[in-house]
Design a protein around this ligand. Structure first.
Ligand code: G3P
Ligand code: CA
Length: 271
């Protein structure tokens, strides 16, 4: 772990991170500018962004490799150019799926590029970015770091902690670490049940990352304590129930991903 990463890890535990998962996606269509704007309004600390890459090599905010669930398009993101994807409606699905939360302003929302998101919020936001399916998108890490450098969110004279990068792919994180060892990285982990993490795994993760992001349902107090005692951050995903949030805070997590940043914010305020 290099100096900047060390400083970040020292600073962050005192601030429990409220990470707006796909924006305030409990209230607005995920990964739209509307969802990110609402996340900021609801006082999330970071907006979480999943990245996919278009046929013409543009990084766009989308969780799935396919367009079907969150737009009126269909097929793989990698088979369409950005121009094609910009013609799609990324909001109407939400109104149909959640009529009680429907908002006419969501109709016709566009899929944003990473650059557009950063242009919208600049340095007023913090970004928690995931490289999705990096095996499908060769070169996505280089493109990501180029964009972050261009907007001075990383690199010389950038403010520490404006960007955290996360991935389930260790290879993707190692690649990023080799390009810029100062970027704080989170190793995402997925457990089927009763998560355990060995000292060997922890020692290995510490070589390139500042923390882990496990699915919250599989972890317990002992897991959290072991990770924290080893000096790693822990940001479980995706926690939407208030009682689950309380339990995890009691166990000592250093932040969590939630679709309801306002609910977590109110709990953090009370600590
Ligand atoms: O990035 C944390 C969490 O978002 C991982 O799960 O599938 O929602 O990206 P997913
Ligand atoms: Ca994610």
């Amino acid at each position: 772990m290099v100096l900047l990463q060390y400083l970040i890890i020292k600073r962050m535990p005192n601030q429990i991170l409220d990470i707006s998962h796909r924006g305030a996606s409990g209230y607005a269509p995920e990964h739209t500018i509307a969802s990110y704007k609402l996340a900021k309004k609801l006082k999330g600390d970071y907006i979480e962004i999943d990245l996919q890459m278009t046929k013409d090599g543009r990084l766009v905010a989308m969780h799935d490799e396919t367009l079907d669930r969150t737009t009126n398009g269909s097929g793989l993101v990698k088979d369409y150019t950005l121009d094609d994807i910009k013609k799609l409606d990324a909001g109407t699905w939400f109104n149909k799926k959640y009529p009680e939360k429907a908002n006419p302003n969501y109709v016709g929302l566009k899929v944003p590029t990473l650059g557009e998101i950063i242009q919208t919020f600049g340095r007023s936001a913090n970004y928690y970015i995931e490289t999705k399916s990096p095996d499908v998108y060769p070169g996505m890490e280089e493109k990501l770091l180029n964009i972050l450098n261009k907007y001075k969110l990383i690199g010389p004279n950038s403010q520490s902690g404006k960007v955290i990068i996360q991935s389930f792919s260790k290879d993707s994180l190692l690649k990023i670490h080799s390009m810029d060892a100062n970027i704080p990285l989170i190793q995402l982990l997925s457990y089927s049940q009763n998560a355990e993490i060995s000292q060997n795994e922890i020692n290995n993760i510490k070589k390139y990352a500042v923390g882990v992001g496990p699915n919250y349902q599989a972890i317990n107090r002992g897991y959290v304590q072991k990770v924290r005692n080893n000096g790693l951050l822990i940001h479980p995903y995706t926690v939407n129930d208030k009682d689950d949030m309380k339990k995890l805070l009691d166990w000592g997590v250093t932040g969590m991903f939630t679709n309801y940043p306002d609910v977590l914010r109110n709990l953090i305020k009370g600590i």
